[in-house]
Design a binder for this molecule. Structure first.
Ligand code: PEP
Length: 254
């Protein structure tokens, strides 16, 4: 089954408003209409409205970096999935920085995932192991635990569902997983999805690799059979590198 690869740029907490608007404008000029790959940009929350305005009518899509599952209420500092619906089409759920810097639990990830699915938005569910877990051989157990917890009350995955496999030791470190490790682990993720749902669901699911992707390694990573696109942090902050990565992913899929 043909899966449309998807490349997303996670800007994290970077770029002032002017720089963000400039990057969005350049990305639109560079990437609008690019065939063979879906392109999503995930700016910081305050710039999501700008992103939606500047990318409207193009093929580029806007994603949030995080959501909160409650629709409204006394939750100071949070932004609900419901408030983002209509502005963004995608949301990263369970990013490793949410889990490991802000202490997000599997249960919170599961609630956020559920809220995004219920609102008809597309989650990008991020999972990944710590370096010590890779070294002690527990990567598969960790991924299984994260995935099963996130899917606790999900009966069926929406079409085009996205899992982002991001080894924590590769995020922002310059230590990219080798194409062999990335491929083997994304295949393991697909096998866990087949166990939890069924083979057809697993085949249809899009699995991104993330972790120090750059313009040089994008093509070989995106060209692996179980890798259906990339989640990009640092290299998404420059138009030149993010453009090259999106084009490499489109080329690898062709
Ligand atoms: C990320 O933020 O999801 C990420 C993969 O970051 P980087 O590309 O900088 O490693």
């Amino acid at each position: 089954m043909a899966r449309t690869p998807i490349v997303a740029g996670n800007w994290k907490m970077h770029l002032a408003r002017g720089a963000a608007r400039e990057l969005l404008t350049t990305l639109r000029a560079n990437l609008d209409g690019l065939q063979g790959v879906e392109v999503v940009v995930c700016p910081p929350s305050p710039w999501l409205g700008d992103a939606a305005d500047l990318l409207r009518g193009s093929t580029l899509r806007v994603g949030a970096q995080n959501v909160y599952w409650e629709s409204h209420g006394a939750f100071t500092g949070e932004v609900s999935a419901a408030m983002l619906a209509g502005t963004v089409d995608f949301a990263i759920i369970g990013h490793s920085e949410r889990r490991h810097v802000f202490g997000e639990t599997d249960e919170q990830t599961q609630r956020n995932l559920r809220a995004v699915i219920d609102l008809g938005m597309q989650p990008m569910l991020a999972v990944g192991e710590l370096r010590a877990q890779r070294e002690d051989g527990s990567t598969n157990d960790v991924l299984r635990r994260q995935l099963l917890a996130a899917f606790q009350d999900v009966d069926r995955l929406p079409e085009g569902f996205i899992v982002a496999y991001e080894p924590v030791w590769a995020i922002g470190t310059g230590l990219t997983a080798t194409p062999e490790i990335a491929q083997a682990t994304c295949a393991d993720v697909r096998a866990i999805l087949a166990d939890r749902f069924d083979a057809a669901t697993a085949e249809a699911c899009r699995i991104q690799y993330g972790g120090s992707v750059n313009a040089e390694n994008a093509a070989i990573l995106a060209g692996q059979p179980d890798i259906d696109g990339l989640l990009v942090g640092g290299a998404a902050l420059q138009a030149e590198s993010f453009t090259a990565i999106c084009k490499a992913a489109a080329g690898a899929a062709a």
